[in-house]
Design a protein around this ligand. Structure first.
Ligand code: MV4
Length: 451
């Protein structure tokens, strides 16, 4: 096992990783920007190294500074968390060449699954359900129009290197498709340095369902069932839950097994998430993309399966075998997570950096809070606005919703505005309670439209 690891991240996920390492008897090295001097991850780590100024481009994305800190502190491995360098295959390669273990998948698997066209091709070969569409990249307008007419409008043009909604265009006819193809290509070239795009049938009303997988370096891959992340706004998830409230047992098993086939075919190890859209009309699922990292919402899966995903990532990075088989994974009860962001929902979710004069987390039975915040902490303006995650577990979905409402009522953050009141409203919405929502639900509700 590793003696010492460096955490190349900040905020709640850095705290989460430090906690896992400490329980495993592994020393921790935090890195921080000058804006994060007073952050909890700096306090909790055994040692910390300042890696640069506030902008993440000069600190948490600064590969040279992070590797220098890792060399100076003599660590065995680096955990990248999520965001920042977590899905950067070049960073993983630099770690490898410096003989520092990257706590994540291999460079090769990141390349194969990070590129959405190559991911979809592996999926097609392995009977993982995908949307009908182009066989691979689309380069000319005529092929695009031919494919769109075959699968039927509306279609969506997506960047192969994209993710999280960047570089996408929906088209309802030939003319819109021709211009969407140009726009998506240019946007992808500018954003990712790779203008490759592909086309698929566009699904209007969908739920977002994703399967958690975890594998070791000996070829074992196991799934930890699925999460439902339908409650989102502008590609930012707000509420995540496990299991998905609308999936029946046979469909769930088939979906989760397909995610395992995809990851096995790519030689995947560590934690990963296979994202799907679910068509509520027939409950069929279609592959979207694979996230080759630990995700923000991993705690809901931990609560229903009892598997510590971060500890497992560390163990498999050190070469250990998974300590469990698929048949050992028995999902139990229902878990819900609310992301608590320092944002004002009444002002178009404007970020609310500043002093947390008061901060009292919820607690009690079945409640978990993953946060780096404390009373007196100043939320810096330089990074994402998530100040913590409130996660609850109970026997049924109904009881988990009641428990989350109770916990949200206990949580006190002042004077800065947060998404807590919005969560209280969403959780008491009859359609959410009934499970009758799609990925546009929150935006529709906030726009005032009858939903
Ligand atoms: C789609 C889609 C409908 N049909 N693909 C958005 C982010 C990226 N991961 C894929 N996305 C979508 N792909 C087809 N064929 C709708 C979306 C989409 C979406 C997906 C998941 C969660 C929220 C979303 C919000 C808008 C659009």
């Amino acid at each position: 096992m590793f003696t010492r690891i460096l955490i190349a991240n900040r905020g709640e996920i850095a705290v989460r990783i430090i906690r896992a390492a400490r329980e495993m008897g592994i020393e921790t090295v935090a890195v921080y920007s000058v804006a994060d001097r007073d952050s909890m991850h700096v306090r909790l780590a055994d040692r910390s190294v300042c890696i640069g100024p506030a902008p993440s481009s000069q600190s948490y994305l600064n590969i040279a500074a992070i590797i220098a800190a890792a060399e100076v502190a003599n660590v065995d491995a680096i955990h990248p968390g999520y965001g920042f360098l977590a899905e950067n295959a070049h960073f993983a390669e630099v770690c490898r060449s410096c003989k520092i273990e990257f706590i994540g998948p291999s460079v090769e698997a990141m390349g194969l699954l990070g590129d959405k066209v190559s991911c979809k091709q592996i999926a097609l070969k392995n009977k993982v359900p995908t949307f009908p569409g182009s066989k691979g990249k689309i380069t000319d307008e005529e092929t695009a129009v031919k494919v769109a007419r075959e699968v039927g409008y509306p279609v969506i043009v997506k960047a192969s290197a994209g993710g999280g909604g960047r570089g996408m265009r929906v088209a309802h006819n030939d003319i819109a498709l021709r211009s969407g193809l140009k726009q998506a290509t240019q946007e992808a070239e500018a954003a990712f340095g790779d203008g490759s795009v592909y086309i698929e049938k566009f699904l209007e009303h969908a739920r977002h369902v994703e399967v958690q997988v975890i594998g070791d370096q000996h070829g074992n891959v196991v799934h930890l069932y699925e999460r439902d992340c339908t409650m989102q706004r502008r590609h930012q998830k707000l509420i995540e839950e496990a299991p998905c409230p609308v999936l029946r047992r046979d469909d769930r098993e088939a979906l989760c097994r397909s995610a395992v086939r995809l990851c096995k075919a790519a030689g995947y190890y560590s934690a990963g998430t296979v994202e799907f859209l679910l068509d509520p009309r027939d409950n069929r699922c279609y592959l979207l993309e694979v996230n080759t990292r630990v995700q923000v919402e991993h705690p809901v899966t931990e609560l229903i399966t009892g598997v510590d995903i971060v500890k497992t990532q560390i163990r498999v990075a050190a070469g250990e075998k998974l300590g469990f088989k698929q048949s050992d994974i028995r999902p139990n009860g229902h878990a819900i997570e609310c992301r608590i962001n320092a944002e004002d929902p009444d002002r178009n979710f404007a970020p609310q950096p500043g002093l947390l004069e008061r901060y009292t987390a919820a607690g009690g039975p079945g409640v978990r809070v993953d946060s780096h915040c404390y009373a007196g902490y100043r939320v810096p303006p330089n990074y994402d606005s998530m100040i913590g995650k409130l996660i609850v577990h109970s026997d049924t979905r109904e009881n988990a919703i009641a428990r989350m409402q109770r916990a949200l009522g206990e949580f006190e953050v002042a004077p800065i505005k947060t998404t807590i009141p919005l969560h209280q409203r969403l959780l008491s919405n009859a359609k959410f309670v009934r499970g009758d929502v799609d990925i546009h639900f929150v935006e529709r509700l906030l726009s005032g439209a009858a939903s």
